[in-house]
Design a protein around this ligand. Structure first.
Ligand code: NCD
Ligand code: ZN
Length: 344
């Protein structure tokens, strides 16, 4: 049996939701991660500092008494966000990034940006203040094939944006393609990327294994095997530009198993275990710690966590469904096995 002890990790891209649904996701994440960059795509969106501070308090109130967890807050970049709000956000000490959703690109992205020019003044201020821009990197053009939306975004939006704001710190979130890996590698040191566990473990065949698999539907979509391999190679290479961000995104069973199902995969119940499995598959367990616990902190200018965590290679079954407020949530690997577990 393999065992592994690492410094406590951070999840640099996480959806916690709100209200009655907070308890489940906060507890699962806090059990594994010391800190997380919390996504602002609520309805209405978290689009100013006061809202983010209120949301932070609700997250902390949902935290089980025996766990420590620091939510690292973000703001949703709407077309009406003012550049001065970036100053307020930074001075608060609690806001670590501003999230760009191309309008309509994903869950609750309708409040996002439809024309990049409209947010140039905000981006200019962010560049000046070194406030990171967290990018959902997909075009929404319906003419573009759904599997090409990330690659096309790089050419149409991201590269021109970086040419206009060369000093802007950017996280290319939940990358899914070889094109994104190459672009991040070839870019400046302040262009980095998060990689999810599910994109390291699955290719797009998982969407259609024996029938339609709504619980494998997320955005950006799973891609073909050659892309999964490029992601796995990048994540396990020890390159500080690639670090952990689960994009764990819970939706109720009803919202997923529907004629028009929501995008999002819930991995928070087993996130670090799933990354361990992916890294073990590439014979790279020795590089899990830098990916999970150091490179993200380095980018965000945070101290490393002082606690450590132990994992062991023992199979455990995942329940077929979890409690999620008043509803049910189908987790990743529901009814199947995980190869790793946390050791007590
Ligand atoms: C996320 C969600 O449900 O909030 N869904 C997803 O498929 N990843 C939004 C996002 O990060 O795209
Ligand atoms: Zn996300």
């Amino acid at each position: 049996m393999q065992k592994l002890t690492i410094r406590c990790p951070d999840d640099m891209h996480l959806h916690l939701r709100d209200g009655a649904n907070l308890k489940r996701s906060v507890a699962d994440s806090a059990y594994r991660f010391a800190r997380a960059i919390v996504m602002p795509n609520l309805v209405p969106p978290i689009s100013n500092t006061a809202q983010a501070l209120g949301y932070r308090e609700r997250i902390l109130s949902a935290l089980p008494a025996d766990l420590d967890f620091e939510p690292l807050m973000t703001l949703y970049l709407t077309e009406t966000l003012s550049p001065d709000e970036i100053v307020v956000a930074q001075q608060s000490g609690f806001i670590h990034g501003i999230k760009l959703y191309p309008a309509g690109a994903t869950t609750n992205a309708e409040f996002g940006v439809s024309r990049m020019e409209r947010v140039y003044p905000v981006l200019e201020r962010m560049e000046k203040l070194a406030m990171p821009l967290l990018v959902h990197g997909e075009v929404v053009d319906p003419e573009v094939d759904a599997f090409d939306r990330e690659a096309v975004f790089i050419e149409r939006e991201l590269a021109p944006l970086m040419a206009r704001f060369p000093g802007l710190r950017i996280v290319f979130e939940h990358i899914t393609t070889r094109e994104a890996v190459d672009f991040v590698r070839g870019g400046p040191a302040h262009l980095v990327a998060t990689v999810t566990a599910h994109h390291l473990l699955l290719n797009r065949n998982a969407l259609f294994a024996g029938g339609m698999r709504p619980h494998h539907y997320c955005l950006p979509l799973l891609k073909r095997e050659s892309h999964r391999q490029a992601l796995l190679e990048a994540a396990t290479s020890g390159d500080p530009k690639f670090f952990l961000g689960t994009d764990s995104a819970p939706h109720t069973r009803h919202a997923k198993e529907s004629a028009c199902g929501c995008a999002g995969i819930y991995t928070a119940h087993a996130a670090i275990e799933l990354y361990a499995e992916a890294f073990a598959s590439a014979n790279a367990l020795s590089r899990l710690e830098v990916f999970a616990s150091q490179y993200g902190a380095d980018f965000y200018g945070l101290p490393y966590n002082s606690e450590s965590m132990a994992l062991e290679e023992i199979a455990v079954e995942v329940p077929s469904s979890l409690f999620f407020g008043e509803e049910a949530l189908v987790p990743f690997r529901a009814g199947e096995q995980l190869a790793w577990r946390l050791s007590s």
